[in-house]
Design a protein around this ligand. Sequence first.
Ligand code: PNS
Length: 162
Amino acid sequence: MAKTAVYPGSFDPITNGHLDLIDRGRRLFDRVIVAVVRNPSKQPLFSAEERVALIREVYKGKDRITVDAFDGLLVHYCQRMGADAIVRGVRAVSDFEYEFQMALMNRRLSNSQLETVFMMPNETYTYVSSGLVKEIFALGGEVEGLVPDAVLEALRQRLKGR
Ligand code: PNS
């Protein structure tokens, strides 16, 4: 039976580290749904629609990848989409505590119907995060190679004249 994974996140904006994870997920699962949370805890730089559009642009023409936005509980979204697993990236031990807590809570909320699969991005991306990318770019630093070209352009447009 075809296996579907949901890769959820804020993706504000998507980085090359996220893309690395999506490619790994695509090797393990038949379909990967990149699910952009509509209301992240922090005020986002890009709206959910903008974040979805940027990711779709990157995966234009690629099969077995769906990009979507979701509201509410992740487990409810996964159930609606018929997902078998949640994929999350772990860059360092510091990520682990929060990820472990979420994974166990999601397991409980789904009555053990959903597994969380942790994957490590390529070590080149261990230090890359959306937050740092935004901060560095806003302060005039170079983020080329850390984000896809579409994101670089969107950052230029968004932060122009700020
Ligand atoms: O990229 P992020 O910000 O680390 O992603 C966090 C995300 C979106 C995976 C998490 O906040 C989430 O699942 N939000 C949806 C609401 C929810 O289900 N909360 C309970 C999690 S146990």
